[in-house]
Design a protein around this ligand. Structure first.
Ligand code: FAD
Length: 322
């Protein structure tokens, strides 16, 4: 009997899962059919977004990589790619195994994550790049890893020729989100100057505003009873959706970190690598602060762009067993 696994979303979690099933499970279950559904035809190497968005740094085709050719080596009867978006989940129809990997997007629709189709994302991406190039002053709100990296990349490329303002919530960056009010728009990179009001009532003006606080989970099509109050899908320790039979949620959309299909264990030591341009970097593993040079060598030089093609091709699968 044919077994079908439908994976919704071809991002960091869904795409390698499809490769793993095709590579390691089909030899044992020859009638397995993997259906990968994604509204975007290209995988987005957003780990490098903070540098790739700057003019003439990283070519677009190194960060937006076509998905379908990466699956051409598998037998046609085992794989199907559907360019489309899930609109609804019927919990009663349990004929397939469904894996939800629809991820998240950023507040303000900053195109550092996919915005839907490839065309929508790349249009917003090019518009933002043009605005970065021409803005004399840029306000970045949200000093988490992405906001800090983007500020660092801007500073490394433009030095003092642009005024970069990074709004942070505490005394230091990377402490958490913050409350800012943008008076004339919530959009990224509005045309014309923007005025940002801080929680103390003071205001700052700039040519461009980029919000990096708040990620929104792509779970609007999931029945409410499966979601926690943040909109994330409630999963158990094996990433199975709570109180369902054949439904799984992996990656950002679930309320646990993605792991293998073994009981989920939170990481004991938190790790963070922050690139600040090609030469400077910072990071820690647990309470160990790393030498910037090491972080720069591992991440900052290339932002792993040299491994992107292989990732999309399924060549860097870390765990074989499924
Ligand atoms: C700039 C930036 C840098 C980052 N750097 C790092 C890093 O260095 N290390 C790290 O660990 N994390 C990093 N992250 C976080 C990382 O990007 C996310 O954790 C990761 O994208 C989550 O993967 P995912 O597969 O769950 O979701 P996503 O990568 O968001 O993929 C979701 C997929 O689902 C699709 N989709 C959405 N809605 C539907 C639908 N209704 N039906 C079907 N498909 C749908 C999307 O189009 C997409 O293909 C970074 C994030 C940003 C913004």
């Amino acid at each position: 009997m044919q077994k079908t696994v439908v994976i919704l979303g071809a991002g960091w979690a869904g795409l390698p899962l499809a490769h793993k099933l095709l590579k390691y499970t089909t030899p044992k279950v020859p009638k397995l059919k993997v259906i990968l559904v994604s509204p975007n035809s290209h995988f987005f190497w957003n780990v490098a977004a903070s540098r790739a968005i700057l003019p003439k740094q990283i070519p677009d085709d190194q960060v937006f990589i076509p998905i379908q050719p990466a699956f051409e080596r598998y037998a046609q009867e085992n794989f199907e790619f559907i360019l489309g978006r899930a609109e609804n989940v019927d919990l009663q129809a349990s004929t397939v195994t469904l894996v939800i990997a629809t991820g998240s997007r950023l507040a303000g629709n900053t195109p550092f994550k996919l915005l839907g189709s490839h065309e929508t994302t790349i249009t917003a991406w090019h518009k933002m790049r043009e605005q970065v190039e021409h803005a004399k002053s840029i306000i970045i709100s949200g000093a988490g890893p992405t906001g800090v990296e983007f500020a660092g990349e801007l500073a490394a490329l433009y030095g003092s020729s642009k005024t970069i303002t990074l709004i942070i919530s505490g005394d230091e960056p990377l402490e958490g989100a913050l409350a800012v009010r943008v008076t004339n728009t919530e959009e990224v990179a509005p045309a014309g100057p923007v005025e940002v009001t801080l929680t103390d009532g003071s205001t700052i003006k700039a040519d461009m505003y980029v919000p990096f606080h708040g990620a929104k989970v792509n779970s609007a099509f999931i029945p409410d009873e499966l979601l926690d109050p943040t909109g994330s899908i409630k999963v158990d320790k094996s990433l199975k959706v709570e109180n369902t039979r054949n439904l799984w949620a992996i990656g950002d959309v679930g309320n646990a970190e993605p792991k293998q299909l073994t009981p989920y264990r939170p990481m004991e030591k938190k790790m963070l690598f922050i690139a600040l341009g090609k030469k400077l970097a910072s990071g820690h593993i647990g309470s160990w602060r790393l030498f910037g040079l090491i972080v720069s060598y591992v991440k900052g030089r290339k932002l792993f762009v040299d491994t992107a093609e292989g990732y999309v091709q399924g060549k860097h699968l870390r765990h074989a067993a499924m």
